[in-house]
Design a protein around this ligand. Structure first.
Ligand code: ADP
Ligand code: MG
Length: 520
């Protein structure tokens, strides 16, 4: 071997896929459906999977046993074919190739690494690495040996070239298998649990080797069940029951860039909850942000009366937990799995969530927008805890958010009454005419309280003036007279609650009048 060749041995010889180019799609799965025929009928192992991998990416595929990882990998290696959908690698629609074409394509374009190495025991290490070149007639015969030695140099095994596989360790055998996978200089390396039968230290060194290959321009896709290793890989594709969870992450936070999505996906941790389980509890410190990838959950608030009020329902593809992380630091509501349901979510810890929010303006705006909407729902639930779910939904649909600047008057005493209001943000001051002719503030209303009921339920005119507090905007949910009437006629408990509050307020006003006018 010449000195010149040896000095370049640390990089992939004759590699043509270099870094520094525009992102280029290398692997694309479009709506891939895989149904296995079993005696018990069809079993769907992949459900309309879309996946795009760019040249030069390092991707980990994770998911629990039986989730479809191997099935997905087999679609990419062409070892198996989709029932429906397309698999395009480079520019080749590999699902359309016949067996001979497939073998020829795979031999040149793809390096496959298996969990159990699958070296030929009767060939030396060197011969194993030369074999793919011989099978595919890819390099001139006199160059093959030298190339194989260079590849063994990359995996740090040139000194073992003449041994048989049985004479070297498992980790070394896997390195040989990687050298063999690189023999025909494929753009893509694919491994199904390539470190699954290695101890963690050896697995680590194999991953470092993948990292080196990626830095030299290869695209690497590996299935692993080792979360720790997966966490070091720039992009993690999480498969759950034949579906790629990234799709739900993208759905939940659609304004993330591809890069942000890839980054966030690698930081997410799958968590599973059983029937009736509480995921977050109101008042607890906020630690994670969640994206639901399977199942649904209900949102409840603890009402001061001791009652639990349902204020929302969350479905697959929706997120929660942002409120506690973005403000306050404690949970503003309880999220619980229905008694007959199950839920799988991807959780993102506080630190990574904070990074996402501070790096992505669009995503932050999206989160803030929905957070305000949810905060309103929580305040409405707090104000009127006796509504049934359907009545609550109807109220949210009918109500309109109306905002008043600090100090602005909402309505004046003696005006005709036309609407009912719930305070969802800021404070409202209640002012009443005093015997001396002036108005005085008799009380303040906070978020979760309502006003305007008295004028609608009796008299028809306002019994007090309402003004936005001086410090901040007052945000209200406004319900027209018709919708208010509808609400109290459909919910007797709510009507009773409002009448009770009206009586309490009238008493308090009576008291405050007495206080300000001790002679009467
Ligand atoms: P993983 O690699 O994530 O453990 P697989 O892709 O091997 O999962 O399998 C996904 C699902 O498909 C499993 O439920 C498995 O039992 C089923 N499956 C895999 N291969 C076949 C097959 N040839 N015939 C029928 N069912 C299969
Ligand atoms: Mg598998």
């Amino acid at each position: 071997m010449s000195r010149k060749t040896r000095s370049t041995a640390a990089t992939i010889p004759q590699g043509n896929s270099l870094t520094g180019l525009e992102p280029r799609t290398l692997i694309e799965l479009r709506q891939v459906l895989k149904v296995y025929e079993t005696p018990a009928g069809g079993f769907t192992a992949l459900k309309n999977v879309d996946l795009t991998v760019n040249a030069g990416e390092f991707v980990a595929v994770i998911g629990k046993s039986g989730s479809g990882k191997s099935t997905l990998i087999n679609m990419i290696t062409g070892i198996d074919r989709p029932t429906l959908g397309e698999v395009i690698i480079g520019n080749v629609p590999i699902h359309t190739l016949n067996e001979d074409q497939m073998a020829a394509w795979r031999g040149r374009s793809l390096g496959v690494i298996f969990q159990f190495f699958q070296l030929l025991p009767t060939l030396t290490v060197l011969e194993n690495v030369m074999l793919p070149m011989e099978l595919r007639q890819t390099y001139p015969p006199h160059e093959r040996k030298e190339r194989a030695l260079q590849l063994l140099e990359i995996v740090d095994l040139a000194d073992q070239a003449h041994k048989f596989p049985a004479a070297i360790s498992g980790g070394q055998q896997q390195r040989v298998a990687i050298a063999r996978a690189l023999a025909n200089d494929p753009d893509v390396l694919v491994g199904d649990e390539p470190t699954g039968s290695l101890d963690s230290k050896t697995a680590d060194s194999i991953f470092q080797l993948f990292e080196t290959l990626v830095s030299q321009g290869k695209t690497v896709l590996v299935v692993t069940h080792d979360r720790e290793l997966a966490g070091r890989i720039p992009r993690v594709v999480f498969i759950n029951d034949g579906e790629i969870a990234d799709q739900y992450v993208a759905e939940a936070l659609p304004l993330m860039t591809q890069q942000e999505l890839a980054q966030v996906s690698s930081q997410l941790e799958p968590v599973q909850y059983g029937p009736g389980e509480v995921i977050v509890r109101q008042g607890d410190p906020a630690d994670f942000f969640y994206i639901i990838i399977r199942g649904e959950a209900n949102v409840y608030i603890d009402h001061p009366s001791g009652k639990e009020v349902k204020v929302g329902r969350l479905e697959t593809g929706q997120y929660f937990g942002e409120m506690g992380l973005m403000e306050g630091g404690t949970r503003t509501a309880t999220v619980r799995v229905p008694d007959d349901g199950e839920l799988v979510a991807m959780q993102l810890d506080r630190e990574h969530f904070t990074n996402l929010v501070s790096n992505s303006d669009l995503t932050r705006d999206q989160l803030l927008h929905l957070m305000r909407k949810r905060a309103m729902e929580i305040q409405v639930g707090e104000a009127l805890p006796n509504l049934r779910t359907i009545e609550f939904r109807n109220l949210l649909l009918a109500a309109k958010a109306v905002t008043f600047s600090p100090g602005e008057v909402v309505f004046r005493q003696d005006d005709p009454a036309d609407a009912f209001y719930i305070v969802v943000q800021g404070t409202a001051e209640v002012l009443m005419h005093q015997p001396g002719g002036q108005d005085a503030e008799v009380r303040k209303l906070e978020a979760g309280e309502f006003f305007g009921e008295a004028g609608l339920m009796e008299g028809g005119t306002r019994s007090a003036t309402i003004r936005a507090g001086g410090d901040a905007e007052l945000v209200t949910m406004r319900l027209s007279r018709e919708d208010f009437t509808e609400m109290i006629s459909s919910s007797a408990m709510t009507r009773d609650q409002i009448m009770e509050m009206m009586r309490t307020r009238a008493q308090m006003q009576g008291l405050s009048k007495k206080q300000s006018n001790p002679d009467s």
